[in-house]
Design a protein around this ligand. Structure first.
Ligand SMILES: [Mg+2]
Length: 253
């Protein structure tokens, strides 16, 4: 962050409130309307596997890691999750979504302006997603890499969202305390992850409703988001403290 950026971020903080140092962005359903693409791919995969996806099962998959989502689907269809069957399904899903990302991915309303607002304020930023690195790189080509200092993907942590590890790793990479971070999330899975890491959370529901929580503030969308709204999110966070433990493969004991 530039010196001017540091001054802007610091001047914006009111006395007696936690200091806002970073904003941690979810991707699917928060920045990009990519949950719709995942929706198409998941229903196509269900048909290939000979099953019918109920709305309840589909909702349980939103925001989950790919292995967790596929495990939910295999269980719902009473399929034997052999390593070969599981890998084939995962590869098919990845390739289908990559192909759709190459065509067009719509933005969520207000997301691009909100990213610019945070960047212009000189705050540190991270992209924190359960999506794998390969797909995230495709998405970063669409979103713009300059919006983020770092990114954390689902295949770079031991446990993805709803575990706190992705958010803990992002904060560590940025060199900030999770308690000084605001996460922006659209799903119950993502909000739970950020909250458990000790972040405040601005929830902008997309495909599914998100339950209330002690560290969560809700908005209908990102349109009209102000820096004051992001700072104010820190003030409502309850006494949730970060969990500790290894957060990536090379930190495994
Ligand atoms: Mg999401």
């Amino acid at each position: 962050m530039s010196a001017a950026g540091s001054r802007r971020a610091g001047q914006a903080q009111r006395s007696g409130e936690p200091r806002l140092r970073a904003v941690l962005w979810d991707m699917d359903g928060t920045i990009l309307d990519s949950e719709r693409l995942w929706d198409v791919a998941v229903y196509e995969l269900a048909a290939r596997l000979g099953g019918t996806l109920t709305p309840q099962t589909r909702q349980a998959m939103i925001g989950a890691t790919a292995p967790a989502a596929l495990a939910t689907m295999f269980a719902a269809f009473n399929l034997d999750p052999t390593p070969q069957a599981f890998d084939d399904a995962r590869d098919w899903l990845d390739n289908r979504v990559v192909a759709m990302f190459a065509e067009e991915v719509p933005w969520r309303p207000g997301a691009k302006d909100a990213l610019g607002l945070v960047r212009d304020a000189g705050l540190r930023t991270a992209l924190v997603t359960n999506t794998k690195r390969r797909l995230t790189e495709c998405a970063l080509d669409i979103i713009g890499r300059d919006f983020f200092d770092v990114s954390v993907c689902g295949d770079e942590v031991l446990r993805g969202k709803p575990d706190p590890q992705p958010y803990l790793r992002a904060a560590a990479l940025l060199g900030v305390d999770p308690a000084e971070c605001v996460a922006i999330e659209d799903s119950p899975t993502g909000a739970a992850s950020a909250e458990a890491a000790g972040c405040a959370v601005i929830v902008v529901p997309c495909e599914v409703a998100v339950p209330p929580g002690p560290a969560r503030v809700f908005r209908s969308g990102l349109e009209g988001l102000r820096l004051a709204d992001v700072r104010d999110a820190l003030a409502v966070r309850g006494p949730v403290r970060p969990q500790v433990g290894p957060v990536c493969e090379n930190e495994r004991s």
